[in-house]
Design a binder for this molecule. Sequence first.
Ligand SMILES: [Zn+2]
Ligand SMILES: [Zn+2]
Length: 322
Amino acid sequence: MKALVYTGIGQLAMQDVPDPTSDFVVRVLGCGICGTDLKTYQKGHHLFPPPAILGHEFYGLVEKAPEGCGYTIGDAVVVAPYAECGACEVCQRDAGSLCAHKHYVEDGAFCERVGLSAGYIERGVFPVKDKDDVYTLVEPLACVLNGIEQLTLKPTSKGLVVGAGPMGALFALLFSTKGIPVTVVEPSAPRRQRIASWGIETCEPGHVKKGLYDAVVVAVNKKELVGEYIGLAADAGTVLMFSGLARDEVVPVEAYSIHYRQVSLKGSFGYAMRHFKEALSMIDAHREAFSKIITHRYPLERGKEAFDLLASGEALKIVLKP
Ligand SMILES: [Zn+2]
Ligand SMILES: [Zn+2]
C-alpha cells in the first residue's frame, strides 16, 4: 500500500509499504494533521524515530473484520489512537488520560490501511453515521473536553481562549455550543477574522479586560502567557495550561492571584475514553459547527505541501486523504 513516510526532519516521502496483516483492517478515508505530527516533522520526536508513518486522527471503512466482532465490511468507523487500561490506580481515579498502561494503535494513519488487533476493537473502535471528514476531529475534540473538564464551568462562566490555532478554535466552538460566552485573543488579524466570522468575539493581545474571565485556556506554547493570564483571570477563576511546554520549563506565577484571589492553575494532557465518546456524540450533534475547523483537504501524495502549509499558520485543520 501507499504511505506518506516521515524519513527525517523536514522530510516526507510517498513509499510502498507492506499491507497490515492484522485481523481487523480499516481503509483510511481521512486523517488530520495534528500539532504533534507537525512538531515531529519540524524538530523530530523521541517517540517517532524515522522512518515512521505519522497520523492518528483518522476514520475510515472496515475492510477486514473477524467474525462476530460487531462490524462488517464497509462499515464507517472512527478509531481512537489509544485507550486507557481502565483497571490501574490512575484509571480508577478517573484520570485515564494519564494511564501508564494504555493500549495503542501501533501504526500511523497517513497511509491507505491501518491494522488493529482483535482486542482493540472493543476498546477503541466506534461506528460513525457516514463518510464525513468531521470525524477526524473526534480525537482533538476529546483532548479539548478533557481540558474543559478541568475548568469546572458554571452557568455564569465567561471563557477566554488564548490563541486561535486549531485547538484554540476548537475550544472556542466548544464554549459556544455549551452556551458560554467566549472571547479569543489572537495577534494574527486573518486568524481573528476567521473566528469572528463564526460569530465569536475576538480581541488583540493587550486588550483583554482584567478580572472578567473565570475560564481561561492557554492554547499557545509560550510560558510567559501562563503568568500573564493568571494575573488577568477573574477572582476564583481557573487558567488551563493546554499547550505543552518542555519538561525543564519553569512558569513564573504571581502569588497574589493564587492566594488572595483564589485563581487556580490547571493543566490537561490527552483524553480518556469517556472524552472520546463524548466528543463523538458532540460532533454528531453539531456537525456543521465543527466542520468549520477543517480548512483544507489534500491528497496523501501532496502531504508534504500540506505540512508546509500548516507550518505557515494559514490553515486550521488539514485532512490528508489517501
Ligand atoms: Zn491529535
Ligand atoms: Zn490504566
